[in-house]
Design a protein around this ligand. Sequence first.
Ligand code: COA
Length: 177
Amino acid sequence: MTIATQHPDLKITQLTEHDAPEHYAVIDRNRDHLAPWLPWVPLVNSTKDIARFIAVSQAAWQGRRELACALRLNGGIIGGIGIVDSDQENQCVSLGYWLDHEMCGRGIMTFAVRALTQWCFNDFARHRVQIRAARENIASRAIPERLGFMEEGLLRQAAIVAGIRQDMVMYARLRTD
Ligand SMILES: CC(C)(COP(=O)(O)OP(=O)(O)OC[C@H]1O[C@@H](n2cnc3c(N)ncnc32)[C@H](O)[C@@H]1OP(=O)(O)O)[C@@H](O)C(=O)NCCC(=O)NCCS
């Protein structure tokens, strides 16, 4: 499955088993950039680990619970984006994302999150899209803020990342906003 963005060279594609080596290589060269914010980074130590993650995600997508995608610029993987949690009954999803550090600072993830949010409203029949970002994660928080998500509150010490308890800021956008 492919989701287009407003950037002509940027696409979101569902991860398949063929993507495992390339996806792992991008994660592996971005460990220092990703590990302070994403708890799963130290658990990913081989292409096999990513292949397993992709298989589990594909099964979860069958039940419409999760969607794991690659972010591709001119066909090459430059990051990850997806639905990390989907609450079907309440028509609510939570998004997650990360970007190769060499691609940061150009607005690429903002394009991608805008496209995935619209897709959740228009094609996935969801009413509420949530993003949770650590209070100190200024670059991540800037994305929902740029896209008109509402800052709804602070989830105190709601996550442990890199051994540190982090306060998480909850952002959400409704289809009707
Ligand atoms: C979170 C993360 C994806 C943000 O990356 P990013 O490059 O800052 O985000 P974008 O690609 O949207 O780019 C925004 C930057 O491009 C600039 N920019 C340039 N053109 C732009 C455009 N057309 N639209 C929006 N921003 C643009 C913005 O000013 C901003 O730069 P600034 O931070 O210097 O102000 C990245 O920091 C990352 O991968 N972090 C580690 C993992 C992580 O924290 N994930 C999120 C967990 S909640």
